[in-house]
Design a protein around this ligand. Structure first.
Ligand SMILES: NC(=O)c1ccc[n+]([C@@H]2O[C@H](COP(=O)([O-])OP(=O)(O)OC[C@H]3O[C@@H](n4cnc5c(N)ncnc54)[C@H](OP(=O)(O)O)[C@@H]3O)[C@@H](O)[C@H]2O)c1
Length: 572
């Protein structure tokens, strides 16, 4: 896979196109395991291989930019087969679905309300024929399909166990998706024994996503008249010589039915699926998680992550990224309200009313009212869900803004070129875990007096980070050392890579050691002092210690971040 710059494209359906077509701007692209099968020169599958050198085809959510098809107009939001590119010309618009719901995140139309959700729905209800109280096992259970199968089975009154490849996913299955139990198959030396442990009475329904040794182990644990829905075998996708299955004979004595299926064969059920899923999602009975990557340039890594288990859940690509969950819109509104409250906007005084007055929350409604606010960019203009906050060079003043953790889908925060001051939040990593662009440069941010250090910032998706020209101190954390030195310049107290300046031995340690030594000395001379009982000598010693602390330790605690040349020496 390679990313190529296709140059400028006219944003119109070309004249003389063979038939009606639509030009779309891709918003979200789906990263699915079946695409691996299209990367082989194999023509016997239900879907043809990709053509080398052409744009990768995949499911996506897109906005119509231009249309010569009577069923679509510019601005329509659609889902369907598109390309891994910024804009796509779709010459079979009939296959596109128009998205009507505005209160469910658009990206869910690639997962919960899209192909994976539909696969789970038809696979579970049509192929597994479930009955209340049955024992259900789901492999690749945290994946886009698996997480929904497990929840449908729970809604149906079944006992459900899932397997996944990390302990984090295992916890997610139990805590978020309500599986009765889950295990990490990578930590189980004997899969047959593990399944026996979780299903002492055997398995009625196996929703097969992985194939290989797991299928063999399941066959040995199936009950009489069990059903196996073969949805996929992700462990076998890249193999030229797929693993053989040894226990197939179990199908005979146990009268097990094992059936493969392709979701698109059941497309007539799509409208009823959509109603069912939307209702259960809105009622809070079905949860959904997805794992997004930022930008087309990260598409290959996102794709590889599907097979290495890197993605937490379902993989999806967007120009930017986020995690979504219930009630996100209202929390984003609150995020902006809190932020606004914590601002001191001097422009008010100059009658150049910016944020304080233009961010008016009185009539915003639920459908994207905040998206027109100065500096706010939303994921979709009809959804109150903040994608970026670009508040650079607005003359804003105040502490590090409050409430940012409520902008849970935010991926860009630019506060550069303002007059923010006070310590940086110590919880940036928890407050905005999905931020990939963070620009705090050219302000007066400092560090907490308590520890005089830049807080640990560990944001796994961070692509760009800039704190140049502030009043920061201390060693640059390891997690930030890969960013250019220029992005840390202008902070006289910062040290360590990527800056040339080495961090000196910490003064605090030194003073502590000195104080301990003085205390030891004091204890050693205490005996003779006791004998002599000379209060004046004790007073002199105590005075010496006190004087020492006042002279060196207090300035360090008190002025760190204010008296730069001095505290530079003390904290460095
Ligand atoms: N029949 C149909 O119509 C249809 C439609 C859609 C999807 N499918 C199939 O359904 C399956 C699941 O799709 P999905 O979209 O839910 O997948 P997904 O969200 O992309 O999840 C894939 C997960 O599979 C697991 N995995 C990867 N390699 C593995 C291996 N070698 N052994 C065991 N597990 C492995 C990984 O999770 P862990 O870290 O937990 O291992 C990975 O996160 C795939 O096989 C796909 O091809 C079929």
């Amino acid at each position: 896979m390679a990313l190529v710059d296709g140059g400028a494209v006219p944003l119109r359906v070309p004249e003389g196109a063979a038939g009606p077509a639509v030009l779309v701007k891709n918003l979200y692209l789906s990263c699915d395991p079946y695409m691996r099968g299209r990367m082989r020169d194999f023509h016997g599958s239900y879907i043809p291989p990709f053509k080398p050198g052409s744009v990768i085809e995949g499911l996506g959510v897109a906005r119509v930019v231009d249309s010569t098809h009577p069923g679509f107009v510019a601005g329509d939001i659609v889902s369907g087969m598109t390309g891994w590119e910024e804009y796509s010309l779709i010459d079979k618009p009939e296959q596109l679905n128009k998205i009507q719901q505005s209160d469910i995140p658009l990206s869910y139309h690639l997962g919960l309300l899209g192909m994976p959700g539909f696969t789970a729905y038809v696979g579970f209800y049509e192929i597994c024929s479930p009955k209340k109280g049955e024992f259900v096992f789901v492999s690749a259970a945290s994946g886009a399909v698996g997480q929904i199968v497990g929840q449908l089975a729970k809604l149906h009154g079944c006992y459900v166990v899932g397997s996944a490849g990390t302990n984090e996913k295992v916890e997610l299955l139990k805590d978020k998706f309500g599986f009765d139990a889950a295990f990490n198959y990578k930590e189980e030396p004997d899969l047959t024994a593990a399944l026996k442990r979780y299903f002492p009475e055997g398995i009625d329904i196996y929703f097969e996503n992985v194939g290989g040794p797991m299928l063999d182990a399941v066959l040995l644990n199936m009950r009489m008249h069990g059903r196996i829905a073969v949805c996929g075998m992700v462990s076998q996708h890249g193999m030229t010589d797929p693993a053989g299955i040894h226990n197939l004979f179990c199908l005979v004595p146990k009268r097990i039915s094992m059936k493969g299926f392709i979701q698109s064969d059941y497309i007539n059920l799509f409208p009823q699926f959509l109603d069912y899923m939307t209702k259960h999602y809105k009622d809070g009975k079905i949860a959904y998680l997805e794992d997004m990557s930022i930008g087309l340039e990260n598409a290959p890594a996102a794709f590889v992550g599907l097979f290495s288990g890197g993605a937490l859940c379902f993989g999806c690509i967007n120009c930017l990224s986020s995690y979504f969950d219930h009630g996100i819109s209202s929390s984003d509104v609150q995020c902006l309200k809190d932020l606004k409250q914590s601002l001191i906007d001097p422009n008010i005084l100059e009658n150049d009313l910016e944020i304080k007055s233009r961010w008016n929350f009185t009539d915003i409604g639920d459908n994207g009212g905040i998206c027109g606010f100065t500096g706010v960019e939303c994921w979709h203009p009809n959804e109150n869900r903040v994608l970026s906050l670009r508040l650079g060079n607005l003359g804003l003043e105040g502490p590090f803004p409050r409430g940012l953790e409520l902008c849970a889908s935010m991926t860009t925060l630019d506060l550069s070129g303002n007059n923010f001051s006070g310590p940086l939040s110590e919880h940036i990593s928890e407050q905005m875990p999905y931020v990939s662009f963070l620009d705090l440069s050219n302000n007066s941010f400092s560090v907490r007096k308590r520890n005089c250090e830049l807080p640990a910032i560990n944001l796994s998706r961070l692509i760009s980070f800039n704190v140049a020209e502030n009043s920061l101190f201390g060693p640059i954390p390891d997690s930030l050392q890969s960013f250019p030195a220029a992005n840390f310049m202008g902070n006289p107290g910062l040290c360590g890579a990527p800056l040339d300046k080495k961090c000196k031995k910490r003064f605090r340690v030194w003073i502590h050691v000195r104080l301990v030594r003085i205390r030891e000395m004091f204890v050693r001379i205490q005996k003779p002092l006791h004998r002599i009982n000379d209060a004046s000598i004790i007073g002199t010693s105590a005075g010496f210690i006190l004087g020492f602390v006042v002279a060196f330790y207090f300035p360090h605690k008190l002025f760190c971040g204010r008296l730069q040349p001095y505290t530079f020496r003390v904290c460095g």
